[in-house]
Design a binder for this molecule. Sequence first.
Ligand SMILES: Nc1nc2c(ncn2[C@@H]2O[C@H](COP(=O)(O)OP(=O)(O)OP(=O)(O)O)[C@@H](O)[C@H]2O)c(=O)[nH]1
Ligand SMILES: [Mg+2]
Length: 94
Amino acid sequence: MSSKASNATLSPRDLEPTGPPDRTYKVVFAGDAAVGKTSFINRITKGVFLSNLSSTLGVDFQVKTILVDDRNIAIQLWDTAGLHILCRVRSNPC
Ligand SMILES: Nc1nc2c(ncn2[C@@H]2O[C@H](COP(=O)(O)OP(=O)(O)OP(=O)(O)O)[C@@H](O)[C@H]2O)c(=O)[nH]1
Ligand SMILES: [Mg+2]
């Protein structure tokens, strides 16, 4: 069977992690308020869209673990508060 044929039969279950992560990557989402940072992270980690989210306060993270080239890869998705919150704690005006 060619590799192209193998790819054609790849299912989401083939990307499921099989144990503890071999490597962890950290990704920080920073940007203007209400642009969809938290919604994007929820979609990746939980596969859902929640329409009644509150603004993020401070910093939080969620973890998504996937199988890449037979290695378990954990991705820490760091969610930050929108710029209007940061403006209050920064000494520089926004
Ligand atoms: N229609 C639509 N609305 C979206 C989408 N993504 C986010 N929203 C809406 O946009 C608003 C802000 O989304 P959030 O995910 O809370 O945005 P955020 O960047 O995390 O906001 P802060 O935490 O305040 O910085 C919410 O009302 C969401 O429901 C999208 O892809 N489509
Ligand atoms: Mg948010």
